[in-house]
Design a protein around this ligand. Structure first.
Ligand SMILES: [Zn+2]
Length: 126
């Protein structure tokens, strides 16, 4: 079974669309995150029951987890404008540059990780 898969987009128009969609998703996530933090602070200041605070913190943690495992950003460098590689081993996305650094690291340790590229090039028509 293939453990890694790269999504490579060469068409500059498609790259711009991808990057803008990632930006929109990240901004929306950050707005939700800010809202949850404000709600948590209100709960803390009101002295509500601990279970209510825990539930709010769980929501915040879940939102962080969703963003960290999404294709919207590299887990290592937090970049969002690069082609990405999904790693089944860690269940998250890395930019190609960070992935290659990891490949070098694992190669030095005597392990290897392979990658399958899905390339969307200029022949792709909208
Ligand atoms: Zn990266």
């Amino acid at each position: 079974m293939q453990n890694e898969r790269a999504i490579v987009i060469k068409n500059p128009i498609l790259r711009r669309i991808r990057n803008n969609l990632r930006l929109i998703l990240r901004l929306d996530t950050y707005e939700k995150y800010k809202h949850l933090i404000n709600e948590r602070n209100i709960i803390v200041n009101s002295g509500s029951e601990e279970i209510i605070l825990k539930n709010k913190q769980d929501e915040i943690n879940h939102l962080n987890q969703i963003l960290n495992h999404s294709i919207c950003k590299c887990r290592v460098c937090s970049g969002y404008e690069n082609d990405v590689v999904y790693t089944l081993k860690w269940d998250y996305w890395l930019c190609v540059s960070c992935y290659k650094d990891l490949q070098k690291y694992y190669h030095k340790k005597g392990e290897s990780i392979s990658i399958r590229f899905n390339i969307l090039d200029s022949s792709f028509k909208l």
